[in-house]
Design a protein around this ligand. Structure first.
Ligand code: GLN
Length: 193
């Protein structure tokens, strides 16, 4: 059976576990490097990216996680998780590090700090359908390298790029775990199988 880890240092772990359960896969909380060995994929939830960065280092997880992802472990990062997967950040705190799995620059709190949260209809690029999405102090993708596939665009915010994929790594600005639409998680599970 496919097992997906949910990084459980900080952030909305339970919502991701519920999405994985809806899709019929096993989930396991990851807080130690050894727990990475038993998973076929991993989710980095939303929360606060600078805190996740600090906790990854405090738990001696930063390098092991980075190495597993570089070695091909499928990964989905949502919101703060998207920031963790980027190579570069605009608006990060002093010394904030990322895992660098996707060749892109993300802008933290891109929709404005005053925009606490919003719900919009996105365009899901693989088939041009629409996708209902919730944003909470979200980043967007400011620039990206060739080889990064744009998965979703937010027409309501000037065509902002809000979901991408590069190889084994998927990142979304929005919280795909708090809607009934499980297409993003299903994509991760496809990669993990
Ligand atoms: N603004 C947060 C950050 O910079 C992300 C918010 C979220 O994950 N909901 O990390």
């Amino acid at each position: 059976m496919t097992r997906i880890g949910v990084l459980a240092l900080q952030g909305d772990v339970r919502e991701h576990e519920a999405a994985l359960e809806r899709l019929g896969v096993e989930s396991v909380r990851v807080r130690r490097a050894a727990e990475l060995d038993s998973v076929d994929g991993i989710i980095i939830p939303g929360g606060e990216s600078s805190t996740i960065d600090k906790l990854l280092r405090a738990f001696d997880l930063f390098e092991p996680l980075q190495q597993r992802i570089a070695g091909g472990l499928p990964v989905l990062g949502t919101c703060a998780g998207m920031i963790m997967l980027a190579t570069d950040i605009i608006g990060g705190i002093e010394g904030q590090r990322t895992l660098g799995a996707i060749d892109m620059t993300v802008r933290r709190n891109a929709f404005g700090r005053q925009v606490d949260s919003s719900e919009v209809e996105l365009t899901w690029m693989p088939d041009g359908s629409s996708m209902h999405a919730t944003f909470i102090r979200a980043p967007w993708v400011e620039s990206w390298a060739e080889g990064v596939e744009v998965l979703a665009i937010d027409e309501a915010h000037g065509g902002a790029v809000v979901a991408v994929r590069q190889g084994n790594a998927i990142a979304t600005s929005f919280h795909s775990e708090i809607s009934d639409d499980d297409r993003v998680h299903a994509l991760l599970i496809d990669l993990a199988r």
